[in-house]
Design a protein around this ligand. Structure first.
Ligand SMILES: NC(=O)c1ccc[n+]([C@@H]2O[C@H](COP(=O)([O-])OP(=O)(O)OC[C@H]3O[C@@H](n4cnc5c(N)ncnc54)[C@H](OP(=O)(O)O)[C@@H]3O)[C@@H](O)[C@H]2O)c1
Length: 317
């Protein structure tokens, strides 16, 4: 249970990756400023978190079951929090989806929106009224650089994050009136199970419904570039956790937080041309005409920087 002066932080999706690292970093805060409620949809997957949390479990860290796709589960979880009092809500749970659009069923697409979009809304609807009443609180949403710039073959995933960005941008204005803060964290590639699940999924799928040219572009052009980008620019979940902690601790937290400054020019490119042509054409040439060159540049970059590009990419300062 939280002690006086401790901030109660509830995080969704803590069985792995970014959510797990945020939970552990906050629970291990040397001044014990946080009481972390780490949630996951299946408590059978708690071992990795508990191992990383060490003796903080039962002290500054507790566990609750929460499936963001179930209204009942969301309500039950929040009702189990003392006085339903949450100071910081971190909406981290999310799933990916990549591949040719023709081969993805509508049900699979809806699952992405159920988790990444409606899952966050379910959480906010349950927690926000109390924050508004108390005139304090901070809602953080794990968005993505893909919530600001679409990426080929990630159409539906990017759409789910774009939807979240629009939703939060709208809500943030109202929340400001109630002294409730809202922040988006926008990582580029991060090495977590997310990436592994994507590659595993891709290796098993046949892509029925997609024509051979599209499957070829996906498997032989997009995927190798994606792997290159992950290997060269990918951050660690620890990097994202540190960035999230900074956002929580800032006196005036920023609304948008790109964790990887190397993505700033990409967003700037989009904003610089209101016709949209500049970014669509730039991405087209990068993928289809300059793919080979990009592979060489990424390899050289990796070789020259010995992977230290990743460690330099934590923002905001
Ligand atoms: N990795 C990246 O490159 C990257 C980049 C930008 C943004 N992000 C975002 O970062 C967030 C965390 O992803 P990650 O990279 O840490 O991936 P991850 O290791 O796959 O973690 C995702 C977490 O979400 C949980 N989850 C999925 N569906 C859920 C549901 N219905 N209810 C509750 N929890 C659920 C998973 O739980 P289970 O163990 O039960 O599946 C898991 O704990 C996501 O929102 C993702 O979109 C990731």
């Amino acid at each position: 249970m939280a002690t006086v002066g401790q901030k109660v932080v509830l995080i969704t999706g803590c069985s792995s990756g970014i959510g797990l690292k945020i939970a552990v970093l906050l629970a291990k805060d040397e001044n014990q400023r946080y009481h972390v409620i780490a949630t996951m949809r299946d408590l059978k997957r708690k071992d990795k978190l508990l191992e990383a949390a060490g003796d903080t479990y039962g002290k500054t860290l507790s566990l609750l079951t929460l499936d963001v796709c179930s209204e009942e589960s969301v309500k039950q979880c929040i009702n189990n929090v003392k006085d339903r009092h949450i100071d910081v809500l971190i909406n981290n749970a999310g799933i990916g989806l990549v591949g040719p659009l023709e081969s993805i069923g509508i049900d699979e697409m809806k699952k992405v929106f159920e988790t990444n979009f409606f899952g966050v809304i379910r959480m906010i609807k349950e927690v926000m009224p109390d924050m508004k009443k108390r005139r304090s609180g901070h809602i953080i949403v794990m968005s993505s650089a893909m919530g600001l710039q679409g990426v080929v073959f990630n159409d539906v995933y990017a759409a789910s994050k774009f939807a979240m960005e629009g939703f939060c941008e709208s809500l943030a204005v109202q929340l400001l009136k109630f002294h409730v803060k809202m922040s988006m964290i926008e990582p580029g590639p991060v090495h977590t199970e997310f990436e592994m699940k994507m590659l595993e999924d891709v290796s098993q799928k046949e892509y029925p419904g997609a024509d051979p040219d599209t499957v070829h572009y996906f498997k032989k052009v997009y995927l190798p570039s994606s792997v290159d980008i992950f290997q060269t620019l990918g951050q660690t979940p620890d990097d994202i956790a540190k960035c999230t902690k900074k956002v929580i601790e800032a006196s005036s937290p920023r609304f948008r937080n790109l964790t990887n400054p190397l993505y700033t020019p990409i967003v700037a490119l989009k904003m610089a041309d209101e016709t949209g042509g500049l970014s669509v054409n730039a991405f087209y040439h990068l993928l289809f005409n300059l793919g080979g060159l990009m592979h060489i540049s990424m390899t050289v970059l990796r070789w020259m920087t010995c992977g230290c590009l990743r460690s330099r990419t934590i923002s905001p300062n």
